[in-house]
Write a protein that binds this ligand. Structure first.
Ligand code: NAP
Length: 249
């Protein structure tokens, strides 16, 4: 589905991002993977590289903090030197720093906004021009159902993820005439490092509210991401798709 395509996936050293990167490679893409921790990123790189279906596919890894504009700008210049173009951008990097607003520190608020939202500005800003030159491109931003419905203890996270939706809908309108699709995936509860420490009683309650009666896995999200990155979704833009087992309807 992605033969001869060049993609960038942020937050690709674990969880949803690593699965998306693997599926892109299995489907023929060359890929640049980004996250902060060099060791974890390199471990993911070695796993992802095994999925290559052709020797011509390039896999590159860049350790950086996507919330820092100058680092992102520099990294994307280097990626463009290797790849010549970027066909697909997936903004997946994200964190949580949960706390009730009464207790939430300024740093807990700012860091979540910077990593979950500002990063999306950073990467979209730097790929916009090269994609516009090609008159083609796919941008997929990973939000969350929490950005749609809110959650006690997650004012920072919900605000960042709701803002990603508004950002994406606006950008879709700006770049639609240049054949660039911008869509959002809003996962529900997906089993990854991010959710492993949630309390058991919360998980039991949540499970009872999910019509499909199971938590999601990373493949559930990457399947949709693959479709949105492929030419099969060429007439879809500015949309938000929940992958949540029916939790939010
Ligand atoms: P995860 O396993 O914790 O992975 C997060 C990834 O983002 C890691 O690779 C992490 O690597 C990277 N990252 C974090 N901060 C970064 C930064 N400043 N710069 C570059 N990379 C950074 O989490 P996940 O569950 O797969 O989540 C992926 C995305 O899905 C997130 O945006 C999350 O909000 C969203 N989501 C997840 C769920 C869920 O239930 N799991 C539900 C809804 C939405 P480093 O720490 O090494 O940088």
């Amino acid at each position: 589905m992605l033969k001869n395509k060049f993609a960038v996936v942020t937050g690709a050293s674990s969880g949803i991002g690593k699965q998306i990167a693997k599926d892109f490679v299995i489907n023929g893409a060359s890929i640049a993977i980004i996250s902060r921790d060099e060791k974890r990123l390199n471990e993911a790189f070695l796993e992802i590289e095994k999925e290559k279906i052709s020797d011509s596919q390039k896999i590159i890894q860049i350790a950086l903090d996507v919330s820092k504009f100058s680092l992102v700008e520099n990294a994307f210049q280097n990626i463009l030197k290797e790849f010549e173009r970027i066909d697909i951008l997936v903004n997946n990097a994200g964190i949580t720093k949960d706390n009730l607003l009464m207790k939430m520190t300024e740093d807990e608020f700012d860091s979540v906004i910077d990593i979950n939202l500002k990063s999306v500005y950073n990467t979209c800003k730097v790929v916009k021009r090269p994609m516009m030159k090609m008159d083609k491109g796919k941008i997929i931003n990973i939000s969350s159902i929490i950005g749609l419905i809110g959650n006690a203890g997650q004012t920072n996270y919900a605000a960042s993820k709701a803002a990603v939706i508004g950002f994406s809908k606006s950008l879709a309108k700006e770049v639609g005439s240049r054949n660039i699709n911008v869509n959002v995936i809003a996962p529900g509860y997906i089993e990854t490092k991010m959710t492993e420490n949630l309390k058991d009683e919360f998980k039991v309650k949540l499970l009872s509210m999910i019509p499909l009666k199971r938590f999601g896995n990373t493949k559930d999200v990457s399947n949709l991401c693959l479709f949105l990155a492929s030419e099969m979704s060429d007439y879809i833009t500015g949309q938000v798709y929940s992958v949540d087992g029916g939790l939010v309807t």
